[in-house]
Design a protein around this ligand. Structure first.
Ligand SMILES: *Cc1c(COP(=O)(O)O)cnc(C)c1O
Length: 448
């Protein structure tokens, strides 16, 4: 008789045939080792929950890598996709257009108050980063300033892991291995408020980091095309949060020194930080903006670069060489665009920004007991992202915590010693309580 459960069968087959991302595969294989990372086969999802093949459930506390906004198998997004599937699954976007891509471009431009008038499409976040960098570089060439060809990024920045995007990604583990392949950008100090010196407020840290940016621009702006930032929260750095003052100052400095400001809103956009776009909290607009992750509700690969009319117009010409050169087979895929439109509909119909303000307050209250934990540092939150750092020397802390959380029905995957919650917006008050209880319980277990 075969005594293997359906779960065990799928995980064995997955380990044998699938190369999982962001993973040392050996950590899946070595059950019993402190570095063990269990592989969890998922049969189906519903709302904020994922279910395995044996009927065990997990609350998706990190929105399946920050993508899911309105739950798994959302009936409204499903209905929109079913209709789109029966109408048009795909058509090339070179020389052709279609209703979902036009409507999505119009609505996104409107969400920027018309500041970013054109939308360019790809499928993943790293491609959006590369497109934004290429657009900035090519803009300066088209306006007769080809020497503006360098980029600036913040310490600890993450903008994707393709060879081009790694140029502006400053997370050692991703970058070090491939450094010889990469034309690295210049790294300027991060405004991360955890870097506060005695007596400094988060706004002081922001001003200090902007001061360093100013010094750099004063010397080198003639060769710099753009500064790229993750507005308000540097996600992959470990949910490093900073004061909006930095964005205000960076915007003014970029204007003064004729450098583009690229806002990578791939993780922080779509209502995650309390406004639809995070940069709104600084009262600024970027020249270029990258979107992906949540924009399709977590359904389909889709990324978008929005640009200002000034940038667009520098490419509008008789010459093909002056046109933007980036082709991608599935660009503007109608199904992905339709998922994004259904996502934007939910934002409007359910007044999600207001709903999230209430949910964010619930998350803060549920995690508040951790503020007094002797090993918890920098308990922090920006909208629907809450995080804290754990003071421990245990090199296996993140995996111990991850396993302990799974045992408590929660998918919470720390980044190093930073534990964060980033749930889908459909999470209920009871589910927030469960997530917080699981996090607090998992912390206790991981630290014993
Ligand atoms: C995830 C992420 C990316 C890369 O997106 P992929 O779709 O994973 O390539 C880029 N920038 C930020 C801020 C991200 O969080």
């Amino acid at each position: 008789m075969n005594t293997k459960s359906a779960n065990q069968d799928w995980l064995a087959r997955s380990q044998a045939a699938v190369w999982h991302p962001c993973t040392q595969m050996r950590h899946h294989a070595d059950a019993g080792s402190p570095a063990h990372l269990p592989l969890v086969p998922i049969a189906r999802g519903s709302g904020a929950w994922l279910y395995d093949f044996d009927g065990k459930r997990y609350l998706d506390g990190i929105s399946s890598w920050w993508t899911n906004l309105f739950g798994h198998a959302n009936p409204r997004i499903n209905a929109a996709l079913r209709e789109q599937l029966e109408t048009l699954e795909h058509v090339m976007l070179a020389g052709f257009t279609h209703q979902p891509v036009v409507e999505l471009s119009e609505r996104l431009s409107a969400l920027t108050g018309g500041a970013l008038g054109h939308a360019f499409y790809a499928s993943d976040g790293a491609s959006a980063t590369e497109i934004a960098l290429k657009m900035s570089f090519h803009y300066w060439r088209n306006v007769g300033r080809p020497e503006k060809a360098e980029f600036l990024c913040l310490a600890g920045s993450y903008h994707g892991e393709t060879v081009g995007a790694l140029a502006v990604t400053d997370v050692a583990i991703f970058k070090d291995a491939y450094a010889p392949l990469v034309r690295a950008a210049t790294v300027v100090p991060s405004p991360d408020f955890r870097l506060a010196e005695d007596g400094e407020t988060p706004a002081d840290v922001a001003r200090r980091a902007a001061g360093a940016l100013e010094k750099h621009l004063e010397q080198y702006a003639a060769n710099i095309a753009a500064l790229i930032v993750e507005p308000l929260v540097q996600g992959a750095a470990g949910m490093a949060m900073y004061d909006p003052e930095y964005l205000r100052l960076a915007r003014a400095l970029c204007d003064r020194h004729e450098v583009h400001l690229i806002c990578d809103e791939i993780a922080v956009g779509c209502g995650r930080t309390g406004t639809f776009f995070a940069h709104e909290q600084a009262g600024i607009r970027p020249d270029l903006m990258c979107l992906s992750k949540g924009i399709s509700g977590g359904y389909l690969p889709l990324s978008i670069v929005l640009c200002s009319d000034t940038i667009y117009e520098a490419f509008f010409d008789d010459s093909v060489a002056r046109a933007f050169l980036h082709s991608h087979s599935y660009t503007g895929n109608p199904l992905a665009c339709r998922a994004a439109l259904a996502t934007l509909d939910i934002f409007e119909e359910d007044d999600i920004i207001a709903v999230n303000h209430r949910k964010a307050a619930k998350i803060a209250a549920a995690l508040a007991p951790l503020a007094n934990h002797p090993q918890v540092r920098h308990l922090r939150q920006r909208g629907m992202i809450a995080a804290f750092d754990v003071a421990t020397d245990d090199p296996h802390f993140s995996r111990r915590f991850y396993r302990a959380a799974l045992d408590r029905e929660a998918l919470i995957r720390p980044i190093g010693n930073t534990v964060y919650l980033m749930p889908p917006y459909v999470v209920s008050d009871e589910e927030i309580e469960l997530l917080a209880r699981s996090a607090i319980g998992a912390l206790a277990e991981a630290l014993t």
